[in-house]
Design a binder for this molecule. Structure first.
Ligand SMILES: Nc1ncnc2c1ncn2[C@@H]1O[C@H](COP(=O)(O)OP(=O)(O)OP(=O)(O)O)[C@@H](O)[C@H]1O
Ligand SMILES: [Mg+2]
Length: 509
């Protein structure tokens, strides 16, 4: 242990985990550059940085999911060589991943207790009553007693799966718990429940490492924050000694003003009109319009039916009632292919599920939805493809700007940009964006807002589904609010505010 770190430890909680001089390369990418950082028992330590800064790589090194090229990891003052996640787990280091790692065909209980399901003492068979009881007790502790542990996780919502991931991580009492963007899929109240749990865990002496692009969360939750930039540690400081603007300057190297673009007023043109749309069990009686050059925001809590509406317009699901008019004609897409043919594109919220094909390059992923436009006589025109994809990579500032790179090797935020590039390449006239900046850093957010603003200015109609209040307020010409499958609020840009949208979405007036 270095003397500097040792002397601090007497003042605060005991140091449990240290990365010292850690270096990690992926081929030509220097993902971590000599990072030294210490984590204390009973403290929430946030890590922030732009997409690709090295946050997830650091967690992989700390858990043993990946080895280091130089430097070492110390647990309780002793150096350890962590070669597999099991090595980390044995030392009490547990991780909630940025992306879903659950097995969809297994029950909640099986997923949570995988590897340590209780067995009956005499027969050695799995004791399911005890197992379900254990799992249910974990969800009780977490503050989610209502979750049915016998369900298959494949049947759960993204938010519920996130909670199951957390239960899995704490199924063995962790000494260090790492959370990589845990709130991305959670609704407002669920975030509060999660925070309450994380604080209890901290008070019991767990060292919590918390990664998020939501800087507000960092100030609400963490005692200390570390900023990474380009794989290097910029600094570690108490959250009480900095503020949002200060963190952004450390992360990006400059101040970011004017997050949202100035926009031209919408012009008359094509229009989507939805009337009395319903899908049994998901939403009912939904009517709204989106015109050319307009950005209509759709706010609501997770699970309020917004994504289901998008899927019905896009032909991924069928509506059970109501009508849609698109470009002055009745329209009812029976498949996404048909919707795409009519100039309608949907960026889904689940970027790794149906958004990206892992194992394929940026080039191939980005052109998946626009193959017809870049093929002649069924033959792919490679140069045309390269030019079009490279233009999007520049426009969206995708890093690294190498179109042959496998998308699995990109950081989370850059993967999200590749999905966006895919839909931009379809030359859609109506773009439905479902949580387009989830998991995206503040500088990249600004790039994406800029692109969305320019698309609208060029006459594209945009339906922007988002749970990010500042985003909905900053980008939309009009805002619709959904609650429990119903459209419960409509606001003009001037009359909308965070308080009003939240009150409307949660039914509190
Ligand atoms: N398996 C891999 N192979 C090659 N390069 C990788 C791999 N994993 C990460 N990288 C690269 O290492 C760098 C750091 O990535 P990392 O995922 O740690 O970033 P991050 O800070 O977690 O970003 P985000 O906020 O987008 O999640 C990036 O340049 C990324 O492209
Ligand atoms: Mg990451």
């Amino acid at each position: 242990m270095t003397p500097a770190i040792a002397s601090q430890s007497s003042r605060d909680g005991r140091i449990v985990l240290v990365a010292e001089g850690v270096d990690k390369r992926y081929g030509g990418t220097h993902a971590l550059r000599g990072v030294t950082i210490a984590f204390r028992a009973g403290e929430i330590h946030a890590i922030v940085g732009e997409n690709g800064a090295g946050k997830s790589t650091l967690t992989r090194v700390l858990t043993g999911a990946t080895g280091v090229d130089a430097g070492h990891i110390q647990v309780d003052g002793a150096a350890h060589e962590l070669r597999t996640p099991l090595d980390g787990q044995r030392l009490g280091i547990r991780m909630v991943h940025q992306h879903d790692t659950l097995v969809p065909n297994l029950s909640v209980t099986e997923n949570v207790l995988l590897g340590h399901l209780p067995r009956a003492p005499r027969t050695g068979w799995i004791d399911w009553r005890a197992a379900h009881g254990l799992a249910a007790a974990l969800f009780g502790q977490l503050g989610w007693p209502e979750l049915d542990v016998r369900q298959r996780t494949g049947a759960l919502s993204a938010a519920q799966r996130q909670i199951v991931e957390i239960a899995k991580a704490i199924s063995i009492e962790p000494r260090v718990l790492i959370l990589d963007e845990p709130t991305a899929t959670l609704a407002h109240q669920d975030i509060e429940r999660l925070f309450a749990f994380v604080r209890r865990l901290r008070d019991r002496g767990t060292a919590v490492i918390y990664i998020s692009h939501h800087l507000d969360e960092i100030f609400e939750l963490a005692e200390r924050v570390t900023v990474l930039r380009d794989g290097a540690l910029v600094g570690t400081l108490p959250t009480a000694q900095t503020d949002k603007a200060g963190l952004i300057r450390m992360m990006v190297g400059r101040a970011i003003e004017d997050l949202f673009p100035q926009r031209a007023p919408p012009a008359p043109g094509h229009r989507l009109s939805v009337h009395g749309l319903a899908r049994t069990g998901a939403f009912a009686d939904v009517s709204f319009d989106v015109g050319a050059g307009e950005i209509v925001g759709m706010y609501g809590l997770v699970g309020s039916g917004r994504s289901e509406i998008a899927r019905c317009i896009f032909g991924a699901d069928l509506a059970t009632a109501g009508t849609i008019t698109w470009r002055d004609k009745p329209f009812a897409a029976r498949s996404p292919k048909q919707a795409l043919g009519e100039g309608i594109a949907l960026l889904t919220e689940d970027r790794l599920g149906d958004g990206l094909v892992r194992g394929m390059s940026i080039r191939d992923n980005a052109s998946l939805a626009s193959m017809a436009a870049i093929s002649r006589w069924g033959v792919l025109r490679k140069n045309l493809q390269r030019g079009r994809v490279e233009e999007q990579v520049r426009r969206l500032a995708i890093r690294p700007p190498d179109i042959e790179r496998n998308v699995a090797a990109l950081s989370g935020g850059n993967q999200q940009k590749v999905v966006l590039a895919k839909w931009l390449l379809t030359d859609a006239k109506l773009l439905i964006l479902d949580e387009p900046t989830r998991g995206v850093d503040i500088a990249a957010k600004r790039d994406i807002y800029d692109v969305i603003g320019r698309l609208a200015d060029s006459g594209i109609a945009v339906l922007l589904i988002s749970s990010d209040l500042p985003e909905v307020l900053g980008m939309s010409d009009r805002i619709l609010v959904m609650r429990e499958g119903r459209l419960v609020g409509r606001f003009g840009r001037a009359e909308a505010s965070e308080e009003r949208l939240l009150a409307s979405a949660s039914g509190l007036h």
